[in-house]
Design a protein around this ligand. Structure first.
Ligand SMILES: N[C@@H](CCC(=O)N[C@@H](CS)C(=O)NCC(=O)O)C(=O)O
Length: 196
């Protein structure tokens, strides 16, 4: 059995969360290293490109969250074997990142600018992504994003919609998913229940 260590921040959510969820769901033993934001400045130089998530397998180091997600997905049987389904899985994960990046860019803004930019995002770009992802879900059967079963794409989307509905994103109404993408909200509830 490989020795696995996954390093990410100590909050729930973010780029490291889908791999954590998958490893826990599959019952794979791993070191779940959670770095506090307070400690981060003193340890960041230890990580490739000074970023996390980072995964170590038997001492070999891998960065880039979606590379980690694909590898973990293959280890946990949560990544499609079919090339086309795998491509859909990749596209969903990358689209979720593109949408989330819009909000991540606002995290360290001054309050006034944050309010202005997030209000603009809520008025157009975020609904555009939500409507598109909702359509992708429906185009693939409505229950899962690809392969007719739970995959890393579903875990990635769960983390994204949780971020939007969780009430921690000032100036983004928690109803934004329900308002623009009701099937994504149902998907969130369905995937949550599979993890419980
Ligand atoms: N493209 C990279 C981006 C990694 C990234 O931006 N990580 C953030 C946390 S989500 C980070 O390490 N931020 C701390 C910093 O840059 O100092 C990936 O997907 O893994």
């Amino acid at each position: 059995m490989a020795t696995i260590k996954l390093s990410y921040f100590d909050f729930s959510g973010g780029r490291g969360e889908p791999a954590r969820l998958a490893l826990n769901l599959a019952g794979i033993d791993f070191e779940d290293q959670r770095i506090s934001l307070a400690d981060w400045p003193t340890v960041k130089a230890d990580y490739p490109y000074q970023q996390v998530p980072v995964m170590e397998i038997d001492g070999k180091v891998l960065n880039q969250s979606n590379a980690i997600n694909r590898l973990v997905g293959k280890m946990t049987n949560l990544y499609p074997q079919d090339d086309w389904q795998a491509a859909i899985c990749d596209a969903v994960m990358d689209t979720a990142d593109d949408a989330m990046e819009l909000l991540v860019n606002t995290f360290f803004m001054q309050e006034e600018e944050k309010q202005r930019v997030r209000t603009e995002l809520v008025a157009g770009p975020l609904p555009m992504f939500l409507v598109g992802l909702n359509a992708t879900l429906l185009a693939n059967g409505g229950e899962f994003f690809c392969d007719g079963r739970l995959t890393m794409a579903d875990l990635k989307m769960l983390v994204f919609t949780r971020a939007l509905t969780g009430g921690n994103m000032d100036y983004v109404p928690t109803s934004i998913v329900a308002d623009h993408a009701p099937d994504l909200l149902a998907h969130q509830t369905r995937i949550e229940s599979q993890l419980a």
